[in-house]
Ligand binder design. Structure first.
Ligand SMILES: C[S@@+](CC[C@H](N)C(=O)[O-])C[C@H]1O[C@@H](n2cnc3c(N)ncnc32)[C@H](O)[C@@H]1O
Length: 227
């Protein structure tokens, strides 16, 4: 990225305010250990959008150490969060964090591959007397599977729900193949481009692509639920 972008990011980040001290410590621990975590800019944006929507039920795909799930839980004390993670190493640490942090008791931690877990959740809903539908979804897992995650998550959403997808610009590779690292991530980039085309073509969605952080897609589901 250019110096201009680095300066802009530093400027924006200088206005970042952590939600509370414990989350700030957890962010620092994640960053020191190189654990992937929502960028500060992304967190600020999510904070605003959550305060506007005030979703009762939140679904997250991609937990890592549980930072963003705890951020959702602690931002909205009335909310319930379901988060999905498949890596054993992440599951261990996230489970401990959910035990130790206030708000963790409202997190339903589903472990396994998200495509399978989402299918299970769709099936569970079909037989439940009071099925669980989400008002807000955050997609932040395998970058080549966003379309699958989106299509399945959509079936678990209330009409009017908002789905936010992180990292859609993929360090700028989505627009410029000369950026370092492009070749290594070619497949993910191809699938991310296809996903962006797909949401753009869907007339029943309102889509906004933002360059905040590593790029965000903000999607509103305008139609009735798809079965
Ligand atoms: C960017 S990290 C999530 C960061 C987290 N949202 C945060 O901000 O604290 C992405 C996580 O998704 C997990 N992941 C990737 N593909 C997955 C899949 N198919 N099913 C479940 N988890 C997956 C990875 O193991 C990784 O921990």
């Amino acid at each position: 990225m250019s110096t201009f972008n680095e300066q802009v990011t530093a400027f924006i980040e200088s206005y970042y305010k952590p939600l509370d001290e414990k989350l700030d410590e957890l962010r620092k621990e994640n960053e020191e250990k190189g654990i992937p975590i929502i960028l500060k800019e992304t967190e600020s944006f999510l904070s605003l959008i959550l305060s506007l929507i005030r979703p009762g039920q939140i679904l997250e795909i991609g937990t890592a150490y549980g930072y963003s799930a705890l951020f959702f839980a602690r931002s909205l004390p009335e909310s319930k969060i379901t988060t999905i993670e498949r890596s054993q190493k992440m599951i261990q640490v996230a489970s401990a964090n959910f035990e130790n942090f206030q708000g963790g008791e409202r997190i339903d931690f589903r472990t396994g591959d998200a495509t399978e877990i989402l299918d299970q959740m769709i099936q569970e809903n079909a037989i439940k007397t009071s099925p669980c539908f989400y008002d807000f979804v955050f997609i932040d897992a395998g970058k080549s599977h966003y379309k699958e995650f989106f299509d399945k998550a959509e079936k678990l959403c209330n009409p009017g729900a908002i789905i936010v997808c992180d990292n859609i610009l993929m360090h700028g590779w989505i627009v410029d193949s000369s950026f370092e690292g492009f070749k290594r991530h070619r497949t993910n980039i191809k699938y991310m481009k296809k996903f962006i085309e797909y949401i753009k073509e869907r007339a029943d969605l309102t889509v906004s692509l933002l360059s905040s952080g590593d790029g965000l897609a903000i999607i509103r589901l305008n139609n009735e639920r798809k079965d």
